[in-house]
Design a protein around this ligand. Structure first.
Ligand SMILES: Nc1ncnc2c1ncn2[C@@H]1O[C@H](COP(=O)(O)OP(=O)(O)OP(=O)(O)O)[C@@H](O)[C@H]1O
Ligand SMILES: [Mg+2]
Length: 252
């Protein structure tokens, strides 16, 4: 299927997901439907255990739902063969995680280059965009250090720089500010928003933090595995208050 201007870049319909552990079944997602237009910044909020990370994994092609369909750029993700699904995920999505997932024995620069290397780029090449990115993320002094030699905020900037370097159309971030200071978190959010504003990348953010969610255009609230509400945000000044209202109304 080819992509048209009106087609959402990510679409899920009727998604159910239950984890099975022997006899025990844990229903996590129930009839979840979601459409994300290209170039949007969307946040997913909800209490711990409400299924946010699971939803992100299902949307990204990492974890098949029991029922329902996920379309990424119009491709029916779970109808693809494993290899094609892996390639689609690899080429289209950049991931940012709470625990950074940097490779400990690679330097900052090498970590940023890693996805591009996996896509076949020669690691000895240092394209000019790399230097620009490192400077932009204020990592110039850290470029040749290893992850254990830099701060948490710096690690998170490295992981976002890595997610950006290969220019994926979609960035999925799961609690990217969970382990850094609020000031570093604000910077991370600004960088994510810049990706959307300057390059039109689509951002899908999972967060507990209303201040982070206020950077999004739209917030979906998950409760007991269902999308219980969503709100569209316009004006920054009122965003955080609106998000807090929604959370209160949903009793989460
Ligand atoms: N691999 C798994 N096997 C069994 N149960 C799982 C598995 N992964 C998650 N769960 C359960 O599914 C539910 C949803 O988990 P998920 O990680 O999606 O929640 P979350 O909203 O991201 O929570 P948090 O905010 O704490 O990260 C939880 O009850 C969790 O214990
Ligand atoms: Mg989670």
């Amino acid at each position: 299927m080819s992509q048209t201007a009106t087609q959402p870049i990510v679409a899920a319909s009727d998604v159910d997901k239950t984890y099975r552990m022997g006899e025990i079944q844990v229903p996590v997602l129930r009839s979840v439907g979601l459409e994300i237009a290209e170039g949007r910044f969307v946040a997913i909020m909800g209490p711990s255990g409400s299924g946010k990370s699971t939803l992100l994994h299902v949307l990204s092609g990492l974890d098949a739902p029991d029922r329902g369909r996920v379309l990424l750029e119009g491709h029916d993700v779970y109808a693809l063969k494993d290899r094609a699904r892996t390639l689609l995920r690899r080429d289209r999505i950049g991931f940012v995680f709470q625990f950074f997932n940097l490779v400990p024995n690679l330097t900052v620069t090498e970590n940023i280059l890693l996805p591009a290397m996996i896509q076949g780029q020669d690691p000895s090449e240092r394209p000019p965009e790399l230097a620009t990115l490192i400077e932009r993320f204020r990592l110039t002094g850290q470029a040749d250090r290893f992850p254990h030699q830099i701060s948490g905020g710096e690690m998170q900037r490295v992981s976002i720089a890595r997610a950006l370097f290969s220019q994926p159309r979609i960035i999925m971030a799961d609690e990217p500010t969970g382990n850094i200071s609020s000031r570093a978190g604000q910077e991370v959010m600004e960088l994510l928003r810049a990706c959307r504003d300057e390059r039109g990348q689509t951002i899908l953010l999972v967060t507990h933090n209303p201040r982070d969610a206020a950077f999004a255009d739209r917030v979906h609230f998950l409760k007991d595995g269902e999308i219980a509400a969503h709100t569209t945000l316009e004006d920054d000044a009122v965003n955080e208050a609106r998000i807090l209202d929604c959370l209160k109304e949903l009793d989460v």
